[in-house]
Design a protein. Structure first.
Length: 199
């Protein structure tokens, strides 16, 4: 009894196997169909490359990590410069004044280094290198005010709280990205997401 097989639902590997196993003399039409489907699938762009470059899709965790590492490199330079000029002892016994001074330094550093990209493209330097940007949940570019006052500032202020604040900023905040939405805690606070862009 002859029956119709839907080869169009087969993966490329399945089609290769079918092409080897099929009796071409007994089923010449099916063999031609399999060969044609193999040719079609071989000319299609890879799903992975389409996935990575799709503008507007949420950025992968690995891409966001690389962007964060780039930003972290610049942040470390800023911290080293600060320690060089004021010394490390001030951080061992922080005062309210020193915490406020550190906050102002961080604000200056953020605006000086990332301000241009944040304002015009919704990106930090790391995100610019990785072609991703910070967006509102509707897919529009997040404004500088949204990014800084709703996304960055809460984390910076929380980081000033000894122990618990640093735990939230350094551990709990990034752990949120392993959820289904692939958004950090600061994304939920600011109602933002990070997506691929063509810049």
């Amino acid at each position: 009894m002859d029956f119709k097989v839907d080869f169009s639902s087969y993966s490329l590997d399945d089609l290769y196997s079918s092409a080897k196993l099929i009796d071409r003399e007994l089923y010449p039409e099916r063999a031609r169909e399999i060969d044609e489907l193999i040719r079609q699938k071989q000319t299609e762009p890879s799903l992975q490359s389409k996935h990575i470059k799709q503008v507007g899709e949420k950025a992968s965790r690995s891409v966001r990590l690389l962007a964060a590492l780039i930003d972290g490199f610049f942040a470390m330079i800023a911290i080293i410069v600060l320690i060089y000029f004021i010394g490390f002892d001030l951080f061992k016994n922080p005062t309210l004044m020193s915490l406020f001074g550190s906050f102002l330094y961080g604000l200056f550093f953020t605006v000086a280094l990332h301000g241009y990209f944040l304002h015009f493209y919704g990106q930090t330097i790391g995100k610019h290198f990785m072609s991703i940007r910070i967006e509102n949940l509707d897919g529009t570019k997040a404004s500088f005010a949204t990014i800084y006052f709703k996304r960055m500032l809460p984390m910076q202020l929380m980081g000033l709280i000894p122990a618990i604040g640093q735990l939230i900023v350094g551990f709990i905040n990034p752990m949120f990205i392993f959820g289904k939405e692939k958004r950090c805690l600061h994304d939920y606070i600011a109602k933002t997401k990070v997506s691929y862009t063509n810049r």
